[in-house]
Design a protein around this ligand. Structure first.
Ligand SMILES: [Zn+2]
Length: 268
């Protein structure tokens, strides 16, 4: 699933193509992608409006159409790119937004879990999501994380606590912080907590710098792969050496999520 670095890369890649453009129409061949709003309603709301901004919040993309918003969640296999045709350039495009330069912002999604939601504001995202990790101070991170008895990995995957961290970057940051994924949050020392906050920021920023991880469906809007996967220290490396110490990486399940960890670097 695309996480914060992948979604940020998509937003950065699309922004120059969509911001400042006026919406001229919308298309779908699978109305459920619109999350319950009929296509005619989406079209009527957006047509003639200029795209004022494209932002990321957690793993969500918010398109500000001059006071009307489209919120896009890529979920498992969603991709966004510009196409010359409303039906896009692959057989999994289920929604597109026509712009006044004659091009279309196409939403491709083979698994069909992604959603494009019309809304009047982005406030519901603020109610749903914890703060953005990249701009979180050590003190704020410590405040959020203190007191819980949940496993640390489960906790940092909870979008209502911290927005944008998913399975990949959780495993990477826990390795770098030397914390076993099953460690209860309230057993972390202040120093370990500070280290974890710093490593989460570091792995997410590295992920953005490498333009996301193309281990499955994720592609940049230009169609190319990101390179983040070339820099993983532990994620997806079951039985391969940990890149910090050489010990064989183990795989377990934490909170129903496949979890990679190094038994030497991350003792319980
Ligand atoms: Zn190790």
């Amino acid at each position: 699933m695309p996480e914060l670095p992948e979604v940020e890369t998509v937003v950065r890649g699309l922004r120059p193509d969509v911001v400042g453009r006026t919406v001229t129409g919308a298309w779908t061949d699978w109305p459920r992608v619109l999350d319950g709003t009929p296509l005619a309603e989406v079209t009527a709301a957006l047509k003639g409006r200029t795209v004022a901004g494209l932002v990321r919040r957690g793993k969500y993309i918010g398109m500000d159409c001059d006071g009307c918003y489209l919120v896009i969640h890529l979920r498992m296999t969603g991709r966004l790119y510009m196409s010359e045709r409303p039906e896009g350039d692959d057989r999994w495009v289920h929604f597109s937004l026509a712009l006044d330069d004659g091009r279309h912002m196409a939403f491709s999604d083979s698994r069909k879990f992604g959603r494009v939601t019309l809304c009047s504001s982005l406030d519901f995202l603020e109610e749903k999501l914890g703060p953005e990790p990249l701009t979180l101070s050590d003190a704020d991170f410590a405040n959020i994380i203190q007191g819980s008895s949940r496993a640390v990995k489960t906790f940092i995957l909870d979008q209502s606590k911290i927005a944008g961290v998913g399975n990949i970057y959780a495993d990477e940051s826990l390795l770098r912080a030397g914390i076993h994924p099953l460690t209860p949050v309230n057993k972390l020392s202040k120093a370990r907590t500070r280290k974890l906050g710093a490593e989460i920021r570091r792995v997410l920023q590295d992920g953005i710098d490498h333009e996301g991880a193309s281990i499955s469906w994720y592609r940049k809007p230009d169609g190319n792969k990101g390179e983040s996967q070339q820099h993983f220290l532990v994620y997806g490396r079951t039985d391969l050496p940990c890149k910090l110490c050489g010990t064989a990486v183990q795989r377990t399940v934490v909170g129903q999520r496949g979890t990679h960890f190094c038994p030497k670097c991350q003792r319980l």
